[in-house]
Design a binder for this molecule. Structure first.
Ligand code: HMG
Length: 414
């Protein structure tokens, strides 16, 4: 028996306990602060200590999603961790998460990788599992968790970040229902951003990556538009919100511009001020209000898109129930998916459960020396059997943390 209604039943964010102010970083790099704050749209950037790795971030987000929505770990039949900063070439992050969340032994688990598309690939795999009738009443837990690192003094440095978004996918979603018929996909082999197996840091052809992202958006849009009855369901004017992958806030603005162009079928330049004004008004209405969390966390790769979604969900009231939003995911390399989702009836009652602002407000601000020390400390930890990590030395609160390797095995503790 196939299931038609599948969507997001619970969602939560967890991020590192420290951050750096983008003005401080700009001054240190000899750059005008306005470039990072206005030009990229970023006011702060999450900085993970060496004890906060992909596993520890994923576990904390997964725990919050289950606890705050009252979901029994025994009800999870599939666990997917989407990440491009896995901790092992072979063993998936999902196995650690499975243990620390106390999931059932008959829960299947795996890791998905396609740069920032990995979380959405996990979402669509979970939706297919449920839609095919294989879940038999159980739910899927999908966690998008990453540490975005380009390194000190690189052009990508102001677009780093870290964090995890966990969401539960079910056939009776309390938050968001995906349209099973209208969706678009796109794949093309490009070298816009990559991280070879030997490198902790990503390499990016930054400006080219922006054009690859925008072309992928147009490609995924065209695929979605080719589906039967798409023309009545997709117009931007009918959407309450448009979510995009957010490597930095300004990228979402560029994305909305291209989304608009795809819909009207031609490019819009500075020489068309009236049309530009319409695009900007639409951006202010449908996109900008939901980018505040991304502006203070930075790029969290697979989870960035879902962080914008959390920003929307934490603000909704009953008038938004039943409204539709577009959801665009991009992963360098590259691949993209465009989905459409409807706010579930009763979703507004849950908005208080998804708001991570108190956690973000309690983060500690690092000065530049502390930030650089943390970045350097993270370089020599893995595989260094003599190095032991102590969460207390980084003043971390209670939680599960990475403690280093023993006999080539990762150690976690509280
Ligand atoms: P850059 O060359 O340092 O910056 O690289 P820029 O010169 O392009 O300036 C950035 C913006 O600031 C521009 O705005 C400037 O005009 C503006 P725009 O013209 O684009 O609208 N600006 C100022 N504004 C106000 N006051 C000023 C000022 N000065 C300049 N004084 C870049 C920026 C994003 C390319 C770089 O940081 C980078 O390479 N980042 C990493 C790659 C990246 O994030 N790519 C995004 C698309 S690909 C993607 O999203 C996938 C990804 O998440 C990975 C994955 O899939 O896993 C990255």
């Amino acid at each position: 028996m196939t299931v038609r209604t599948v969507g997001i039943d619970a969602i939560a964010f967890h991020g590192p306990e420290c951050y750096i102010d983008m003005g401080d970083l700009a001054v240190a790099r000899g750059v005008e602060p306005a470039k990072y704050i206005k030009g990229l749209g970023q006011s702060a950037m999450a900085v993970p200590t060496p004890c906060e790795d992909t596993v520890s971030l994923a576990v904390a987000a997964g725990r919050k999603a289950l606890d705050s929505f009252g979901i029994d770990p025994a009800d999870i039949g599939t666990l997917v961790v989407g990440t491009e900063t896995g901790v092992d070439h072979s063993k998936p992050v999902a196995t650690y998460v499975h243990e620390y969340l106390g999931l059932a032994s008959n829960c299947r688990s795996f890791e998905t990788k396609h740069a920032c598309l990995g979380g959405t690939a996990g979402l669509t795999a979970a939706m297919d599992w449920i839609a095919a009738g294989r879940a038999r009443g159980r739910k899927a837990l999908v966690i998008a968790a990453d540490i975005a690192r380009y390194g000190l003094n690189t052009p990508g440095e102001p677009t780093q970040g870290a964090g995890a978004v966990a969401f539960v996918v079910s056939e009776r979603p309390r938050l968001l229902e995906f349209n099973p018929d209208i969706y678009g996909d796109y794949t093309r082999q490009v070298m816009d951003f990559w991280r070879p197996l030997y490198s902790k840091y990503a390499f990016a052809d930054g400006h080219y990556s922006i054009s690859c992202y925008l072309d992928a958006l147009a490609g995924a849009w065209a695929d979605a538009a080719s589906k039967p009855n798409a023309s009545t369901r997709m117009p931007i004017s009918s959407l309450d919100a448009c979510f995009y992958h957010v490597p930095f806030v300004k990228m979402a603005q560029k994305a909305h511009h291209r989304h608009w162009e795809a819909e009207i079928g031609h490019a819009v330049s500075k020489e068309q001020p009236a049309e530009l004004a319409r695009i900007n008004a639409s951006y202010e209405l449908r996109v900008a209000p939901w980018l505040k969390l991304n502006a203070t966390v930075g790029n969290i790769y697979t989870g960035s898109l879902f962080l914008a979604l959390i920003d929307y969900l934490r603000h909704i009231d009953a008038t938004r129930e039943g409204r539709t939003a577009s959801v665009f995911a991009y992963g360098s390399g590259c691949g993209a998916s465009l989905l459409f989702a409807r706010v579930a009836s009763g979703a507004a009652a849950h908005r208080g459960k998804v708001d991570p602002q108190p956690e973000i407000d309690s983060r500690r601000r690092l000065d530049l020396a502390q930030y650089e020390a943390i970045m350097r400390a993270g370089e020599s930890v893995d595989g260094n059997e003599a190095a032991s990590l102590d969460p207390k030395s980084w003043n971390l609160g209670p939680g599960l943390y990475y403690l280093g390797t023993r006999n080539h095995m990762r150690q976690y503790g509280r």
